[in-house]
Design a protein around this ligand. Sequence first.
Ligand code: HEC
Ligand code: HEC
Ligand code: HEC
Ligand code: HEC
Ligand code: HEC
Length: 234
Amino acid sequence: MSTEEHRIPEEAGKDEPFVFPAWHNKVPPVFFGIIGPIVTALIIGGVWYYFSPRYTDVGYRPVQPVAYSHKLHAGDLGLDCRYCHTGVEGSTAARVPPTQTCMNCHKQVRTDSVNLLPVRESFAKDEPIKWLRIHKSPDYVYFDHSAHINGGVGCESCHGRIDQMVVVAQAQPLNMGWCLDCHRSPENFLRPKDKVTAMGYTEAMKEEDQLALGNKLKDEYGVNPPLHCSGCHR
Ligand code: HEC
Ligand code: HEC
Ligand code: HEC
Ligand code: HEC
Ligand code: HEC
């Protein structure tokens, strides 16, 4: 009987340990040095991407210095957006109205209202009301309201049902993917130019044959949104 046969199994392990193939030695460095960091970076990057402002911005709804309600003025009273946002058809910025625009009515309407006190003060002192900006593209992005309004894109497609908002909240993410979704297939969103400020029209668009109308308007208005980088990054 050779000594081999007398060995108890545990000892066999000690004398002739299972030899890991040489490449196993490279596993820890390869994992911790290269793959690990990449995986970690991807996870952090992914989490960062989905929770960064571009997504959480939707719903951004700061408290304004005056309790001005779009639901009342644009909804119930039916004022057209362009009465106040005078820039939409002719310039890049839509513009927020000067106090004078409010005073066109509020010199007569609700002249004792405490809610309108800051408006009267602003008018008397000739100091603009400090409205807080809600929608804002980064400086490296070029955006032009007039190009969209004149191309038959409704305010509603980008800002939602403003006529139902007592306080304005951001309705869309305004990120690059969102811009490009429409630029690739604008026919899904185009409406007649005389409906650009109409609210609730998106519902009607769903019922009609939007694709046929959109394609017709696309030709009629000569709509050709840029997809190349320098279209939006000038
Ligand atoms: C009587 C004037 C008036 C009318 C009419 C009006 N707005 Fe406004 N709008 C304002 C004022 C004042 C503000 C700034 C305060 C606020 O955000 O509520 C504003 C803010 C906004 C903002 C947010 C601006 C930002 O800072 O990002 C959007 C979007 C907007 N209006 C869209 C519309 C649309 C669409 C219509 C038509 C359905 C409309 N408005 C009608 C006065 C008006
Ligand atoms: C076309 C006329 C008109 C314009 C322009 C207008 N308003 Fe008004 N506003 C009204 C009317 C009408 C009411 C409601 C009065 C009522 O409920 O009896 C009102 C109500 C208000 C109220 C509520 C008052 C209260 O006592 O609670 C505020 C605040 C207000 N407006 C702010 C503004 C601001 C800010 C602007 C300018 C961006 C503006 N309005 C422009 C007609 C107008
Ligand atoms: C194609 C999408 C789109 C459409 C259509 C659109 N907007 Fe805007 N709006 C934006 C974006 C994006 C911003 C932020 C722009 C920036 O930071 O330069 C903005 C900003 C604004 C602002 C605040 C800053 C400014 O430009 O003065 C107001 C007010 C506004 N929009 C009103 C309107 C109104 C009213 C209409 C319809 C007549 C309209 N928008 C149509 C995308 C749109
Ligand atoms: C709902 C549809 C829609 C969305 C969303 C949209 N666009 Fe557009 N955009 C258009 C259409 C349609 C045109 C073409 C107008 C034309 O050719 O007459 C256009 C044209 C443009 C132009 C060319 C303007 C010029 O003067 O040549 C720029 C720049 C632009 N868009 C930037 C943006 C940016 C930036 C965003 C996102 C923040 C955006 N757009 C979101 C529909 C959209
Ligand atoms: C239709 C308009 C549009 C076009 C075309 C466009 N971009 Fe953008 N881009 C945007 C907007 C809007 C943002 C801002 C995104 C945000 O705020 O989340 C942006 C952001 C970026 C950023 C910043 C990084 C980020 O994701 O926040 C880079 C880089 C970029 N764009 C590169 C490009 C390149 C490269 C092209 C061409 C292949 C291109 N863009 C075409 C609208 C556009």
